[in-house]
Ligand binder design. Sequence first.
Ligand code: KPL
Length: 297
Amino acid sequence: MIAILGAGAMGRLWAASLPADEPAFIARPGHSPSTPLSYNFRALDGTERAVTVPWLTPSQMPELVLVTTKAGDTLTALKGIAESLPPTVPVVLFQNGLGSQQQVAERWPERPILAASTTEGANRPSPDRVVHAGAGATWLGPMTGPANAVLANCTTALANSGLTVHPEADILGRLWQKLVVNAGINPFTALLDCPNGDILHAELFQNHIDGLCEEIASLMVAAGQPRQAPATLRERIETVARNTARNTSSMRSDVQNGRATEIDYINGFLVRLGRSKGIATPVNQMLAERVHHLSLN
Ligand code: KPL
C-alpha cells in the first residue's frame, strides 16, 4: 500500500497511475471521511476514466508515503502523521522549490526521507477532475542517510505506476536546476498575469532577468552547487518559457485561484539563503515582496 498525503493534482496523478489496489490517501488528522475519494482522470491519450481511491485506515501500514502537499503545508502535515508512522517507512517529498525538503530532513534525520523532482504535468481544472497534461519524468533521491538504502526499492515501487522514474544520487542538484527555472518564470507570470511565453517580451522581465541570474549564480556557488554563468541560467529560463509558452505557471494559477503561492520556497528561499551567506539579493527580494502583495500570503 502506497499512502499519499495531499490530494491535489500531483497526488491524484500518482493515485490514478499506480496499480489500482495500491494507493490510499491519508486523511487530515481528526478527519475520517466515510466515502472514498472519487474523481475523473484524463490520461495523456485523452481517454477519461473514473478513479476511486480509499482512505488509509489506522490498521493499515503503508510501505511508502508520498507527500504531495504544497511546500508551505508540508512540515505541519507531516507532524500530524509522524507519530502513527513507523520510523522505517520511506517518505517521498514532491514539493516545488527548496527549503521545505531541508526542513523535513532536519526534523527527522533518522527517517528515510527522499525528495522527488518531477516534470510530469498535471492540473485540476475543477475539484473532481484531474488532467495528465504532459508526459515527463521523476527523479528520486535521498535527503537523509537512511534513505540511501531504500532508494532502489522506492524507485521500483513508483515506476509500477507506468510513469518514468529514475534514481538520482544528487537530488539537491536537480532541485536547484528546477528552482532556477521556477525563480525565473513563476513570479513574472504571476505579476504580469500572463502565460509563460509572454514574459519574454515584457519590460519587467527584460529589466530584471540579468540581475536575477547574477544573484542566483552567486547563491549557487555559496550553496556548494557547480558554478554556472548567469547567461547560461538566463538561457535555460528562456528556453523553458518558450517550450511552455502557452502554460499557466503554478504560481499564476495559485494567485488566480486565491491560494497561497510557493514564493517563500522559490525566490523567498533565495532571499533567505542570501541573508545567511552575506549575498545581496535585491531582485529576488523585489519579486518575493511583490508576489506576497498579490496573494496576501
Ligand atoms: O514548473 C513550472 C511551474 O509552473 O511551476 C514551469 C516550469 C514554470 C512550467 O509552468
